[in-house]
Design a protein around this ligand. Structure first.
Ligand SMILES: Cc1cc2nc3c(=O)[nH]c(=O)nc-3n(C[C@H](O)[C@H](O)[C@H](O)COP(=O)(O)O)c2cc1C
Length: 317
């Protein structure tokens, strides 16, 4: 196969940091813990495979300052850095032991949520992360607050678009000071969701950028063509990450060369083959262990067992 993959391997500068190429490992919960040797090896291995930015999986904000500290997260960050990638972490909104809905939460609980984000950001900065990403996508709590279908509040956090954006905006404003010059702020959002479309999502993105978001991670960002749902966001002035089945090299290149996104995230493709970036760069396409979309990795996650790929030889699973 002859494919010019060079557009994927142009570095990108952000906030004084260099992403060595345009390939991101998106957050993926892999059931290996975070401050464990297994997690350090998993994430370090994905960094050594050539991704430019490794986003550590959705991590509850309630854990920071308890079982997660700057000291015990540092080995994970170092392993990613030693592999040549920048390290980010996705911060998952948790305020009660069981998942809450927008209308369940009291104003005090909303304040607790925002303060937990602030605290988590400070610990991530001290641990050496290059970026943090509130999880605002996939129908979870922050996404529920944004969706008119799932946000039934009648106070300052529900109703108009403006009010439905408020919680996410307050979180970004709360974490900004901890990020300072050392970390950039990402935000994961689903461009088309329950009861809202691209137009409202662009309004949210603009608001969050004004509040301090420096990179948008849009998931999923393909419907008809690779990264097509990212297009309306890519002119907002911050780098945009597209994700969803972009592990086919032609699709990844298309998303970048047609300017639909600045970066592409490869998820299940990097579970199957951490060396995907290096192999693509070197044109070793036939050597890629390609994801077959069997979603065995999701099954592992559902059963809370270490995520593996059905294509790996038995001894490495
Ligand atoms: C095992 C597994 C765990 C995932 N965990 C998360 C997560 O923690 N946070 C998140 O935002 N998305 C998560 N995702 C979604 C991925 O980040 C990505 O958006 C999705 O897999 C589509 O990209 P792909 O087609 O390249 O796999 C997960 C996906 C998989 C397969």
């Amino acid at each position: 196969m002859s494919l010019d993959t060079s557009p994927l391997f142009r570095p990108l500068r952000i906030k004084g940091k260099t992403l060595r190429n345009r390939i991101v490992m998106p957050p993926m919960a892999v059931c290996r813990g975070l401050n464990t040797p297994e997690a350090v090896e998993w994430y370090g291995r994905r960094a050594r495979g050539g991704a430019a930015l490794v986003v550590v999986e959705a991590t509850s904000i309630a854990r920071f300052g308890f079982d997660l500290t700057a000291a015990n997260l540092r080995p994970l960050v170092s392993a990613i850095h030693d592999g040549g990638a920048l390290a980010a972490i996705q911060l998952f909104p948790t305020v009660r032991a069981r998942q809450a809905t927008p209308e369940d939460l009291s104003l005090t609980e909303i304040d607790v949520l925002v303060q937990r984000y602030r605290m988590a950001a400070g610990i991530c900065a001290a641990a050496g992360f290059d970026a943090i990403e509130p999880h605002g996508a996939h129908g979870y709590l922050l996404n529920q607050f944004f969706s008119p279908d799932t946000n039934r509040r009648t106070d300052a956090y529900g109703g108009t678009t403006d009010r439905r954006m408020r919680l996410a905006t307050e979180i970004i404003e709360a974490i900004r000071p901890s990020c300072g010059a050392s970390m950039f702020v990402m935000y994961r959002h689903t461009p088309v969701g329950r009861g809202y479309g691209i137009e409202e999502s662009v309004a949210l993105a603009s608001r969050l950028i004004n509040a301090g978001v420096e990179m948008l991670d849009l998931s999923p960002s393909s419907r008809n063509a690779p990264g097509d749902l990212a297009v309306p966001f890519s002119a907002l002035g911050v780098p945009v990450v597209a994700v969803n089945e972009l592990d086919v090299p032609e699709r990844a290149v298309e998303a970048i060369t047609l300017g639909r996104a600045h970066l592409v995230a490869v998820g299940r493709g990097l579970i199957a083959d951490p060396d995907w970036p290096i192999k693509v760069q070197e044109g070793r396409f036939s050597e890629i262990i390609a994801c077959t979309r069997c979603d065995g990795c999701h099954d592992d996650l559902r059963w809370n067992r270490p995520v593996t790929c059905r294509q790996w030889p038995a001894e490495s699973a």
